[in-house]
Design a protein around this ligand. Structure first.
Ligand SMILES: *[C@@H]1O[C@H](CO)[C@@H](O)[C@H](O)[C@H]1NC(C)=O
Ligand SMILES: *[C@@H]1O[C@H](CO)[C@@H](O)[C@H](O)[C@H]1NC(C)=O
Ligand SMILES: *[C@@H]1O[C@H](CO)[C@@H](O)[C@H](O)[C@H]1NC(C)=O
Length: 455
């Protein structure tokens, strides 16, 4: 190509002019796209309710990493000697000077019992969140059930208010099983402690719920046919070799739940998991399997107490965990995380026309903050998605900011999630033409639900 151009008789000036033209074009293009990237996000609004717009504002976050000379404790410096430190290192370093940015202390609590006035109903992702009795909420890896009979929200999660330790040298940081915590609320902000609705087994060492084992990611759905509240959870031993699901039931959303049994669904390992109840009453189990390389999905039996024999592998070889599902306008969506233990990583959004797949991976849904915030899901990991009734396409994204050094002090990151918002990154494999509406999780230091949603 170059040779042909140069060999032409009178092409020299033509070439120069085209080159100049091209450079001018590039310059103009970069100006336009730069503007578009900065303030332009807000120009492309979907037809959402106007009250949702403020939740879609893109909020930047600037964190300066302290200079390397003085910032690190000798112990932490020894552990990670030469590499330049990143914000993720700072996050994982319990002695970091930036600790308060990720784990603000007790002085900045969210305290619904006393925060009337200007702070009322505001979510502050990462801050300590108190229940109505003034204790930090203990409901990690949780999920929320809306109970139509009592018109009340119930938040279930791992009650981890015990010491963090390593069972043996190579074991993951853990807290003994205490049980599943349950909190109730009418407004999704003020949470009353309903107690431990499924408790650890103190004495019987062969029991799944013996405190030396692992109980993670409890989720509850209601079965209209049996009138029972059914809880599914990840059951494991301290080394994560059991890899099973456990099932418990109750007549009341506030428990107590009776533990039934555990099993490996479809005969496969099951670690991070969730359950999803569709509009038609069918419910599904989705779990990380085969060394976390794939997810498996299959329908539950009519009573929700077991899986059926039908199972599909999805996101094969993609190594995803922490699945959270939701549905919008007949399409199923899922947010997942990568597999890096307690350390945060990049979330991905997936979409499908059927719960059992095929599922397509779209993009990282995180919007705003800064690059590291987006690459770490705002230093958190997905656990559940709450639909905002009355605002179709609007959801609360629930995630855990794990504190691996003191798991009981892990924080909650709740953020608005909108389907169909502006695309901020072209999707892979389809040349920038998204086949699915975009899913966006918007970073906010402080936000609240639209006023007419509030009760
Ligand atoms: C709320 O904010 C206003 C204006 O910033 C201030 O004057 C007022 O004292 C605040 N009220 C409370 C209860 O903090
Ligand atoms: C201990 O738990 C196992 C497994 O759930 C059960 O089969 C056994 O009966 C329990 N033992 C006692 C003494 O409760
Ligand atoms: C877990 O692994 C460690 C080290 O391999 C071993 O000592 C321990 O007995 C195992 N515990 C269980 C519950 O399997």
């Amino acid at each position: 190509m170059v040779r042909n151009w140069a060999g032409g008789r009178c092409s020299m000036s033509a070439m120069v002019w085209s080159l100049l033209g091209f450079l001018l074009f590039l310059h103009l293009y970069s100006l336009v796209s730069h503007n578009g990237g900065k303030g332009g996000e807000n120009k492309f609004h979907s037809s959402h309710h106007p009250l949702i717009h403020e939740l879609e504002e893109v909020e930047e976050e600037h964190i300066q990493i302290p200079s390397p000379r003085d910032k690190r404790s000798p112990r932490a410096a020894k552990r990670r000697p030469k590499r330049t430190t990143t914000l993720i290192d700072e996050f994982l370093d319990e002695n970091s000077q930036l600790r308060h940015r990720f784990f603000p202390d007790i002085r900045s609590v969210i305290d619904p019992a006393n925060d009337a006035g200007n702070n009322s109903l505001y979510y502050h992702p990462g801050r300590i969140w108190l229940d109505t009795e003034g204790n930090p909420i203990q409901a990690h890896g949780g999920g929320v059930l809306y109970d139509e009979r009592s018109k009340t929200y119930y938040w279930y999660g791992e009650y981890k208010d015990g010491p963090t330790y390593h069972a043996h040298k190579k074991g993951a940081a853990r807290v003994d099983i205490i049980g599943v915590g349950c909190y109730s609320s009418k407004d999704l902000w003020t949470w009353k402690n309903e107690g431990i609705v499924l408790a650890a087994e103190e004495a019987n060492e062969t029991h799944d719920l013996h405190k030396s084992n692992v109980l993670e990611r409890p989720k509850v759905i209601y079965n209209h046919k049996t009138g029972k509240y059914v809880m599914w959870m990840h059951i494991d031993d301290a080394n994560y070799t059991k890899a099973a699901v456990g099932i418990a039931i109750s007549d009341s959303p506030a428990g107590p739940f009776d533990y039934l049994y555990s099993k490996r669904p479809h005969g496969f390992e099951s670690r991070d998991m969730t359950i999803f109840k569709d509009d038609d009453g069918m419910a599904y189990l989705i779990y990380s399997s085969e060394d976390n390389s794939d997810l498996h999905v299959g329908p539950l039996t009519e009573d929700y107490l077991d899986v059926t024999h039908f199972m599909r592998r999805i996101l094969v070889g993609q190594h995803r965990e922490a699945p959270a599902l939701f549905k919008h306008q007949g399409i199923y969506y899922m947010i997942t995380s990568g597999c890096t233990g307690w350390a945060p990583n990049e979330a991905l959004a997936h979409a499908a026309e059927s719960v059992v797949g095929p599922w397509e991976t779209m993009a990282n849904p995180c919007t705003g903050g800064n690059k590291i915030f987006r690459l770490t899901t705002f230093f958190s990991q997905s656990t559940f998605i709450i639909p905002l009734t009355g605002f179709p396409g609007s959801f609360i994204f629930m995630a855990d900011r794990w504190n691996h050094a003191d798991l009981r002090d892990s924080r909650y990151v709740w953020l608005p999630m909108i389907v169909g918002g502006p695309a901020n990154r072209p999707l892979d494999l389809n040349f920038g033409f998204p086949v699915w509406p975009r899913v966006s999780i918007y970073w906010h230091r402080k936000w609240r639900l639209p006023s007419i949603w509030r009760v």
